[in-house]
Design a protein around this ligand. Structure first.
Ligand code: PRX
Length: 634
């Protein structure tokens, strides 16, 4: 039976088949239990993992807000994601199906994955990487990216993946902040048929990165690159050395609270925040959310079409699905290359059963029309997912009707780099409203509140807070615990709530509608960028005196960056200079940060204390009411 729709409330109900096979059958009762007995709920979920030693305390809240989960427990996320499967029939199950943009195909069983990861671990070990170190990974979307992450975790070292779309300054800053001695990269990657010269960017970044001693380079594109003797090593040479292939590599026994990775994300200042996630709570949280929300079954072929360089890829390409023993699809390139049928062709070819992507990708593919997906057999799909920004109802309906053929519920998952996994999300059994992430996941109590912490009325916009800790939460900001407290916990200190930085509302059915960011973060095509990062890239150009960046609505990208620039005295404005500045931001931060346009101005609206009032700039540009201007410098 296809999903049906009620007209009055625009509610979409899952079919009987979907409900019958769902891993969770009862939301309300179980939710109530998970709130009343939070620790018991999570303890039970933690028992699905293999632990070398059981925890003494499920939740230690003695140093709020630095919560600890499964304290005293010992495990390794890689033992759970790989090693334990090798003792079962899953040894020969496909762990990873990878397709490169040029059409090349590589597949790895859990057995093969273990061999690859073990070799990589041995190489890292031979370069001195050990527990307590952080390895920076800057790669295209190739299998070695996942191998490198898992290899670090296997040794008990942390990884810091820097998204391959970032550029020189962004990479150098992250390498430095993490104090990495080893960098893993590739010569390049493919994107829209072109070679993305990653190693060229690395060479520039390493000139500013004194901590790096060794750089491992995977050959992907084969274009000519500079290799510095004594520093740069080809991966394909290293894996032939006796040290790499000594049959295996022991998995380190880590504490539940040992760091698994640092992942940098944008905040309100120019300096990116390195959020720290740990082995124990993160393993429990990602695997539980993945199993319940995406209803993972042994025979599924799961495709999360994000980049592993972002939290979505960390949690739901690599760790969550592998812990659940799933078969994971990974694709290197652009969704519409060489034609807009690329994704649909892959779904047909590999028999994908669950597709999880972003509204921006859906909108991007929707504009090519229905003919492209309609030529393919998409009947294997049973669930769809969305993440990264609010999905507009038009894109939701197209995704539901044309891709899911009215058969596949859409899991619109709200979460963040900081949360580690889904926080507000439907389950397959949840009646859906297009554009709403529906209700909180088990164990999560949320609130939509005003500045004093008072719940706003039904339907009113307020600030989204999370009222109790959850196992997947980031533990701190690397090297800056004060900033962690200040950014997330200071506003509602009295109540002990986590401030998400988003505004939202709840409707009369208890459904949550995310509106957007309330800080100086812009979501461009689902990617998170700080206005301060863009502004500091602009002022690093010799002609710029001051700059401000804002996000304005964009049909495909959700938001697009618009920059306002004050030039230094005597510098002539020109469209050519505007173009040069856009290119400059691209060079410094990366292509996603390239402003849509640059407007030259003589002044910027500021508060009396000198803070740029971006909301004023935004309202003025959109021709809207500017609102309260009492703090504006006149
Ligand atoms: O504004 C929310 C938006 O993305 C932000 C988190 O961005 P990031 O840390 O890059 O993580 C993205 C992937 C988890 C949130 O604060 N966001 C994420 N998912 C949704 C969303 N907005 C609306 N609906 C969503 N499903």
């Amino acid at each position: 039976m296809a999903g049906t729709k009620t007209n009055n409330k625009d509610m979409y109900y899952p079919s009987k088949e979907i409900i019958e096979q769902a891993n969770v059958q009862d939301y309300e009762k179980r939710y109530k239990y998970s709130i009343e007995q939070r620790e018991k709920f999570w303890e039970k979920e933690a028992e699905n993992l293999d632990w070398y030693e059981t925890w003494q305390t499920v939740l230690d809240d003695s140093e709020k807000p630095f919560y600890k989960w499964f304290k005293g427990g010992k495990l390794n996320i890689v033992h759970n994601a790989i090693d334990r499967h090798l003792k079962t029939w899953r040894r020969n199950k496909l762990a990873l199906i990878w397709e490169g943009e040029p059409g090349d195909l590589r597949t790895f069983s859990y057995h093969a994955l273990n061999r690859e990861v073990s070799k990589f671990s041995n190489i890292l070990k031979s370069m001195g990487v050990k527990k307590g170190d952080t390895v920076t990974i800057y790669m295209p979307q190739i299998p070695e990216l996942a191998f490198a992450m898992l290899a670090c975790a296997k040794l008990g070292a942390a990884h810091s993946v820097v998204y391959g779309g970032f550029s020189v300054e962004a990479l150098a800053e992250r390498v430095f902040d993490a104090r990495s001695k080893v960098l893993v990269t590739a010569d390049g990657g493919y994107r829209r048929g072109k070679v993305n010269d990653l190693k060229g960017i690395v060479d520039e970044a390493l000139k500013r990165s004194p901590t790096i001693e060794s750089c491992i380079v995977v050959k992907r594109t084969g274009h000519e690159v500079y290799m510095e003797s004594g520093r740069d090593f080809w991966y394909h040479d290293l894996i032939e050395l006796p040290i790499a292939c000594n049959g295996g590599c022991e998995t380190e026994k880590t504490d539940a609270e040992d760091p698994l990775f640092i992942l940098y994300t944008s905040g309100t200042t120019g300096k990116p925040k390195g959020l720290v996630h740990t082995h124990g709570g993160y393993a429990v949280y990602t695997s539980t959310t993945h199993r319940y929300v995406f209803d993972i079954k042994e025979e599924d072929r799961w495709w999360c079409a994000a980049d592993p360089g972002w939290i979505t890829g960390h949690s739901y390409i690599v760790y969550g699905p592998l812990i659940n023993g799933a078969t994971v699809m990974m694709y290197e390139g652009a969704p519409n290359y060489p034609y807009p049928n690329r994704w649909w062709k892959m779904i047909e070819k590999y028999g994908i059963t669950i597709l999880y992507t972003s509204p921006t990708a859906v909108r991007g593919l929707m504009r090519f029309g229905d003919e492209w997906p309609k030529r393919y057999d998409l009947s294997t799909l049973r669930l769809l997912g969305s993440v990264g920004e609010p999905i507009n109802p038009e894109a939701w309906r197209w995704y539901y009707e044309v891709i899911g053929q009215k058969r596949c519920p859409i899991m619109d998952t709200w979460w963040q780099t900081e949360t580690g996994g889904f926080m507000i999300t439907p389950l397959p059994i949840t009646p859906l409203k297009p554009g709403s992430a529906t209700k909180p996941f088990f164990g999560n109590e949320i609130g939509i509140v005003d500045d004093q912490g008072k719940e706003v009325s039904t339907g009113e916009e307020g600030k989204l807070v999370i009222k109790a800790p959850w196992p997947g939460m980031a533990r701190t900001i690397h090297g800056d615990p004060d900033r962690y407290v200040q950014t997330y916990w200071a506003d509602y200190k009295k109540q002990g709530w986590y401030k998400a930085g988003d505004s939202a509302r709840i409707d009369e059915d208890g459904y949550v509608w995310i509106i957007g960011r309330i800080d100086d973060v812009i979501k461009v095509s689902g990617y998170r960028l700080g206005t301060a990062e863009i502004e500091s890239a602009l002022v690093s150009h010799s002609v710029v005196s001051e700059a401000a960046a804002i996000g304005l609505p964009h049909k495909l990208k959700g938001n697009a960056i618009h920059a306002f620039v004050i030039l230094k005295d005597g510098v002539q404005q020109s469209s050519q200079l505007g173009e040069e500045l856009r290119e400059h931001v691209k060079q410094e931060v990366g292509p996603i940060a390239r402003p849509e346009d640059v407007t030259f101005v003589d002044s910027l609206p500021k508060t009396r204390s000198g803070k740029i009032m971006r909301r004023v700039l935004k309202a003025r540009t959109l021709g809207e009411e500017v609102g309260d201007l009492s703090t504006l410098e006149q």
